[in-house]
Design a protein around this ligand. Structure first.
Ligand SMILES: [Zn+2]
Length: 254
């Protein structure tokens, strides 16, 4: 049984007296991002955390939704057992997203726009826990790009997939920049796709590059150097090494 109480719109008035006591309290901004609801609309997610004045509960808040005339509102609360704010935030966000995935078809974040208390990789991990099916999706989302002519990768999930396919390393975590600086000097971009991993120029339909399978390049350093770099990386971030190298299976224009 979860410790978290989700405050849906109709329950809110009965349960919220406790949550309401934190309305005027200082709030810790967690993050802002957005998620598509349909091709025509999107949902901007912004969450912040507060503690009730008597310190008995943690409360998760969402900003006002002006077009729906909903004021700033508490969305979930849980008893405070002395955990750190970061841990309380993670527990609350996980339960809210799980509930809303089941009841409202909420989809995972397309982009993280700004981070606060929660860091990018923590938000990505929460997304993976709530939408594990997303982690197995090998479709790359793109849109046409004019300059240079080609395709631009759209969204957090697709950029991460591209990184995972390119390096054979799970790219969510504080190590992503380190991966690029360690491995990019050891590779050469693929000719047919100019390093993009995507074959075909707009207005033609894009497809995974048949030469590099979406990896965007090939390893050109001597084997010994590659093995040494992989070993060095695996010693520092063993959990990020991808046991099953992925390929991109399809490219979709959004
Ligand atoms: Zn290629």
């Amino acid at each position: 049984m979860s410790r978290v109480t989700y405050l849906d719109y109709y329950q809110r008035e009965e349960i919220s007296p406790i949550a309401e006591t934190s309305r005027g309290k200082r709030k810790l901004f967690l993050f802002r991002g957005y998620t598509p609801l349909s091709p025509a609309s999107s949902w901007e997610e912004e969450l912040s955390l507060a503690r009730t004045p008597d310190r008995s509960h943690w409360v998760l808040w969402r900003p006002a939704l002006t077009e729906l005339e909903i004021p700033r509102h508490a969305i979930a609360l849980m008893p405070n057992r002395g955990e750190r704010p970061r841990q309380a935030a993670i527990t609350l966000v996980r339960e809210v997203w799980k509930t809303e995935k089941a009841t409202t078809d909420l989809s995972p974040l397309l982009e993280i726009l700004r981070t606060g208390l929660l860091r990018t990789f923590e938000i990505e991990r929460l997304n993976d826990e709530v939408w594990p099916e997303e982690a197995d999706d090998t479709t790359l989302l793109v849109r046409p790009n004019d300059d240079p002519p080609g395709w631009e990768i759209v969204g957090r999930k697709s950029r991460r997939l591209k990184g995972r396919v390119t390096y054979g390393i799970e790219m969510h975590g504080p190590h992503a920049d380190f991966v690029r600086s360690l491995f990019d000097p050891l590779r050469t971009p693929c000719d047919p796709c100019h390093g993009s991993g995507i074959y075909g120029l707009p207005p033609d339909e894009p497809a995974p590059c048949p030469i590099c399978q979406g990896r965007g390049g090939r390893w050109t350093a001597p084997d010994a150097e590659l093995v040494a770099a992989r070993r060095a990386f695996a010693r520092i971030y063993p959990e990020a090494v991808d046991p099953d190298p992925l390929t991109i299976t399809s490219v979709e224009v959004c």
